[in-house]
Structure formats: structure tokens, C-alpha cells
Design a protein around this ligand. Structure first.
Ligand SMILES: [Zn+2]
Length: 44
């Protein structure tokens, strides 16, 4: 899932699965389609 977040007066889009940040929603969505992370590793 892509989550929207604001930082430094900018809107970022973060891949919830792996934590990667994108400044473009399309990029984030495209990444998410290819993301093979099974879950945020920092939770485990
Ligand atoms: Zn990802």
C-alpha cells in the first residue's frame, strides 16, 4: 500500500511494504506493483 506523507513542506508517497519514499505518486504505485517485500522488516 502506498501512503501519503508530508515532510519538509513536500508531499511524499511511501511504499508501506519496504519503506521506500517517492515524490511522485505514479512512481510509488509502479514500485508497489513490483515490490517483493513481504512486510516492513523493522516491525519484526
Ligand atoms: Zn516497496
Amino acid at each position: 500500500m502506498v501512503v501519503q506523507t508530508e515532510r519538509d513542506d513536500m508531499t511524499w508517497f511511501r511504499c508501506e511494504a519496504c519503506g521506500l519514499m517517492f515524490d511522485d505518486r505514479e512512481e510509488a504505485t509502479k514500485h508497489e506493483d513490483n515490490c517483493d517485500a513481504e512486510g516492513p522488516s523493522y516491525i519484526q
